[in-house]
Design a protein around this ligand. Sequence first.
Ligand SMILES: Cc1cc2nc3c(=O)[nH]c(=O)nc-3n(C[C@H](O)[C@H](O)[C@H](O)COP(=O)(O)O)c2cc1C
Length: 189
Amino acid sequence: MSTGQRQHADPRGNGSPRRVSDVFEVMRTRSAMRSYTEEPVADAVLERMLDALLAAPSASNKQAWAFVVVRDPARVRRVRAFCPGIIGVPALILVACFDRTQAPDDPGMLRVGRLCVAMAVQNFLLAGHALGLGGCPVSSFLVEPVRSLLDLPRHLDPVLVVPVGHPARQAEPSQRRAKAEVIRYETWK
Ligand SMILES: Cc1cc2nc3c(=O)[nH]c(=O)nc-3n(C[C@H](O)[C@H](O)[C@H](O)COP(=O)(O)O)c2cc1C
């Protein structure tokens, strides 16, 4: 994953760019970021994140998703008020939705389509991390108020809200369960 121009000072204070260019390094160093500076996210950076978002895989390539990027500070505040899972005040919030119209005759698609939305969100977050931003997938939010604030039609089901901004502090990697506890080979026994 290549990266663009440096967008902000390193919160670690060592003056080096925070961009991360190796895909394994991007995945290894990512973490949920819940604390943001007031600096806006540059258009070019957001575009690259959105390109990564839409490059995600989807079941039967249905791309049964739709996204609303909320950047207006007043609207960000209003949406955030209905998202207890959003801790800090982000520069933007991506509202990631399942689009029912793309899979009308497939009852299984509701579950699978939500997985596709989550995969796209992870692409978006990893791209943001590679470009020096921080964010967090958030499932703790009130669907109907968010729907109403954003004029979402009934066929769009919000799945995750995703606050993003310039990190206000260094990310702290969280604990991982031991590899041997969660991965086995060939069969579970
Ligand atoms: C589907 C999903 C929903 C999540 N919802 C929230 C949330 O509502 N609020 C929040 O602060 N973090 C939320 N998170 C972030 C997790 O808390 C976080 O990923 C986890 O603690 C591991 O930390 P890490 O991402 O830094 O490795 C969510 C993560 C996932 C995958």
